[in-house]
Write a protein that binds this ligand. Structure first.
Ligand code: PLP
Length: 443
């Protein structure tokens, strides 16, 4: 209503470009996750915690490229080095000394024997699944409802299902897939068993039926395509145990969580997966992903063995960016700093929610967090669909955006990311604006 017209008034050039772009690409976005009503922002430049749109509006940004920028926008240390590196060429199609050094850094940091690099999270989960199937000689994968592992067919099942198509709550298989059309061939979908998150009892039942056919259990250790829903710690321990029991592999999709703690999710949960997929933040804003596993598993990859290739894999720019990111920027102390700011933001939001008596609560884990417009705890995708109100979230987001704060990636199933370049002052300003928006929403 009022916020929508203010948003449109402030962003006419974004709208103009979007209208043009909409004729050239569906919905005027090159990734579905960027759709926003009345239109998405078109950005022009970014620095530190700030971004500027084509209309010249400045924002404190908590999207941080959907979590790909824990180093901050245009991090000067990183950019200076990568710019120099670029003079030596952008891609060779050969390995480099740096890809060797980075392999050492990554395997040591996360505690695995070997690693394979690629460019995106999707490519990472693709290899992880392939490895698990070959290693176990089984074809089924167990995944969780609401978890997203990339835009390929293998795991595009039960991703954001509407509950009518998602099956029984304890066994929410969604063949075809929850999509209103045939995106995933039935034969593929039938090899994916979809389970409810944080529900050990249901997994036990599912494993009794399918366990001996399950190559791997794959998960987002903190489910972050439905806000922020960490595994309960005993649920995680249970998953490790039941995977062992049935000789299935445990895969952590750490595309988002690898930028949260120094050693990734295993540091937080005290549980180590058989295969880890890291991406987004570890590339410092460059396309980069890493699949980590034991020597026994990764040595299955090779010519006339398990195929894995990629023209852009371990390209020198991404490799150098990841090297600088992991050795100089995403250090333990810098990550601790992002956690601290994230806690302060969460506390500030909680105070506002309490003060205004909103039906909402905040979940914050490490440098991530979100506001759920619901008082009830959110443990599963079904909780998220049934209990969280989308309307107030939208009003809240628009209210913040028109005052220069992008409070999280502009989709209600996303979360905030605090980078090492955010400041206390940013948090302070954000909370001041949040207070104003909350007062307006109350009124
Ligand atoms: N896995 C998770 C948990 C993600 O959040 C994403 C992307 O948002 C992906 C995989 C896919 O990564 P990419 O978009 O780099 O292919």
């Amino acid at each position: 209503e009022e916020y929508v017209s203010k948003f449109s008034e402030k962003t006419p050039k974004s709208r103009e470009i979007w209208l043009k772009l909409r004729k050239l690409t569906p919905y005027g976005v090159h990734s579905n996750w960027r759709v926003f009503e009345p239109h998405p922002l078109m950005l022009q430049k970014a620095k530190g915690s700030r971004v500027w749109d084509v209309d010249g509006n400045e924002y404190i940004d908590y999207t941080m490229a959907f979590g790909a920028l824990v180093v901050g926008h245009a991090n000067p240390v990183l950019l200076e080095k990568v710019k120099q590196k670029m003079d030596e060429g952008t891609i060779y199609g050969y390995e480099t000394e740096l890809s060797c050094k980075l392999s050492e850094v990554v395997t040591r940091r996360y505690g695995f024997d070997m690693v394979r690099f690629s460019n995106t999270g999707s490519e990472g989960t693709l290899l992880a699944i392939r490895l698990a199937r070959v290693a176990t000689g089984r074809s089924k994968i167990l995944k969780f409802e609401g978890h997203y592992h990339g835009s390929h067919e293998l795991l595009m099942v039960g991703v954001k299902p509407d509950l009518k198509h998602a099956g029984h709550p304890k066994k929410p298989r969604s063949v075809p897939t929850g999509f209103p059309y045939h995106v995933v061939p039935k034969e593929l979908a039938e090899n994916v068993v979809v389970a409810p998150w944080n529900d050990a009892e249901a997994i036990e039942e599912i494993m009794k039926v399918h366990g001996n056919d399950i190559a791997a259990i794959i998960m987002e250790p903190v489910a972050m395509n439905m806000g922020v829903v960490p595994a309960k710690k005993d649920f995680m321990v249970f998953l490790r145990k039941i995977a062992n029991e049935y000789n299935s592999l445990l895969i952590f999709d750490e595309v988002k969580t690898s930028g949260m703690w120094y050693r990734g999710a295993q540091e937080y949960f005290g549980v180590k997966p058989d295969i880890m997929v890291a991406a987004k933040a570890i590339g410092g804003g460059f396309p980069f992903a890493a699949v980590l596993a034991s020597k026994e598993l990764l040595e299955l990859v090779g010519p006339r063995k398990v195929p894995h290739g990629g023209t852009f894999n371990a390209n020198p720019l991404s490799v150098y960016a990841a090297y600088v990111t992991l050795t100089e920027l995403l250090t333990e102390s810098n990550l601790a700093y992002t956690h601290k700011l994230s806690e302060e933001l969460a506390k500030g939001y909680r105070d506002i929610i309490e003060d205004k008596g909103f039906e909402a609560h905040v979940v914050q884990v490490a440098n991530k967090g979100t506001i759920y417009f619901s008082r009830e705890e959110i443990n599963t995708w079904r909780d998220f669909v049934l209990k969280v109100k989308w309307g107030p979230w939208y009003v809240w987001t628009l209210g913040m955006v028109i005052r220069g704060i992008i409070p999280q990636a502009m989709a209600y199933d996303e979360q905030w990311t605090i980078s090492i370049m955010h400041t206390r002052d940013d948090i302070q300003k954000t909370l001041e604006v949040a207070n104003i928006v909350a007062a307006e929403m109350k009124g």
